[in-house]
Design a protein around this ligand. Structure first.
Ligand code: ADP
Ligand code: ASP
Ligand code: MG
Length: 423
């Protein structure tokens, strides 16, 4: 029997009606002759609400307790969905991440799935039932503690289950009809992509297109799991995320896949760093000890008479305090004058595998920003991506300007956002 893994995001299970609607889709898939394993996110904005609640209770960091708290959100959805499926006459059992055999490693709040032992899920399927698994969580084998996978982590749960069970497809149900050429909440004229390669999707996701978590795409690429991103509200065909060969056959490769944006990063500028060999190494070793994920880096040209320079880098806003504390702790050995944190930045990225061979892409990108009157603060590129940092309040205008300049605007009406608060 074919095996389908389905993941339903928070907006798809936001309330009782939504859960019953998802149950009908699960049952339809089962009745069409498939084995079905489902993974669910927390209802609506539950995860954010739990984070807010923890901040009201305590001003301190409690990573272990935080992870236990947040895994509760997905456990609520899994049990309710199992009830709704059973009410429709199909057997279903729900499992927490640890019960489902999801094994994690690494830090609380951003653990990695290192293995899935799918014995219990297989037994459930053999018994004719649908297995429903809480997303976003697993068990750390060394500590025997539950851990969460980082925001958006249920996407990774879905792909890891699909890989372990050798599923035929991993369907990610969300509140838009697939992967679009830009976030439909910012660009109503965004167009739905029928196919995108892992490579391009990885860069889109890593550049802020939160429709898929970057780690889920990495996992899918490693185990060659085809992902179908689609809406649980419309039932339309969505976007296939696949390896390059199928992708190239299925589409006439456009140069550009899309535009992504991210306002969740901040910029730290380290002022007055001695311009001598080893300075950057000391600085970034210090930041690495704080486990911060650095994205873009710019070093200014130093004026010869001063012998010092400024180094700016971007990182997730949530990691700023840790990075700042680490740098201040190493103040003497690095020898800088001052640290400046700027959290009002935004990043815009243009992504497309066709950039490798096309000419004039950068010229068009920068002219679009110039025509929109947008000043650029940092630039970075790879062979399939150009990213710039600007003021956060200009990001939406910049995304729309670039989307239009590259002829990506759809002529077929506005992209639909079916639910969710965009939080
Ligand atoms: P879920 O709760 O289903 O996991 P998310 O909110 O994590 O949903 O992801 C879906 C959202 O991703 C969409 O509502 C949309 O605003 C946003 N998004 C950002 N970039 C894109 C893109 N290129 N294509 C589709 N959606 C995007
Ligand atoms: N509920 C978690 C979050 O909001 C995981 C997920 O939705 O994928 O990040
Ligand atoms: Mg998500």
């Amino acid at each position: 029997m074919p095996l389908v893994v389905q993941k339903y995001g928070g907006s798809s299970v936001a309330d009782a009606d939504a859960i019953r609607r998802v149950a009908r889709r699960v049952v339809e898939t089962r009745n069409a002759g498939n084995d079905v394993v489902v993974t669910v996110s927390a209802m609506g904005d539950t995860t954010d609400e739990l984070i807010d609640l923890s901040n009201d209770v305590s001003g301190n960091d409690h990573p272990r307790e935080m992870d236990i708290l947040l895994t509760a959100g997905e456990r609520i959805s899994m049990a309710l969905l199992a009830m709704a499926v059973r009410d429709l006459g199909v057997g279903a059992q729900s499992f927490t991440g640890p019960q489902a055999g999801v094994i994690t490693s690494g830090s609380y709040g951003r653990a990695r799935i290192i293995d899935v032992a799918p014995g219990r899920l297989r037994q459930t399927l053999e018994g004719g039932d649908v297995a429903i698994v809480a997303g976003f969580q697993g068990l750390n084998q060394e500590t025997q503690d539950v851990q969460t996978l980082g925001r958006g982590g249920s996407d990774t749960t879905a792909v890891a289950l699909a890989a372990a069970l050798e599923a035929d497809v991993c369907e990610i149900y969300t509140d838009v009809d697939g992967v679009f050429s830009a976030d439909p909440r910012v660009v109503p004229a965004a167009r739905k992509l029928d196919v995108i390669t892992y490579e391009e999707m990885l860069d889109m996701a890593a550049s802020g297109a939160k429709v898929l978590m970057p780690r889920c795409v990495e996992y899918a690429r490693r185990f060659n799991v085809p992902i179908h991103v689609r809406s649980s509200f419309s039932g339309l065909e969505g976007t296939m995320v696949v390896g390059p060969t199928e992708g190239e056959e299925a589409m006439e490769q456009p140069i550009i896949a899309g535009v992504a944006h991210d306002t969740s990063e901040a910029k730290i500028t380290v002022i007055g760093v001695p311009d001598v060999p080893g300075s950057a190494a000391r600085l970034f070793e210090s930041v690495a000890r704080a486990e911060a994920n650095i994205d873009m880096i710019v070093q200014n040209v130093s004026a010869t008479h001063t012998g010092v320079t400024d180094i700016s880098f971007t990182l997730p806003t949530a990691q700023v305090d840790a990075a700042r504390a680490a740098l201040e702790g190493d103040h003497e050995s690095i020898g800088f004058r001052e640290l400046v944190v700027d959290d009002s930045i935004g990043k815009i990225s243009l992504i497309g595998a066709g950039m490798r061979s096309a000419t004039g892409v950068s010229a068009k990108f920068f002219s679009a920003l110039r025509d929109a009157g947008i000043n650029i603060e940092m630039i970075s590129t790879s062979d399939i991506r150009i990213s710039v940092v600007t003021r956060a309040e200009l990001v939406n205008d910049a995304v729309r300007a670039i989307h239009t300049a590259f002829g990506l605007d759809s002529s077929q009406g506005e992209a639909v956002v079916y639910g969710g608060t965009g939080r």
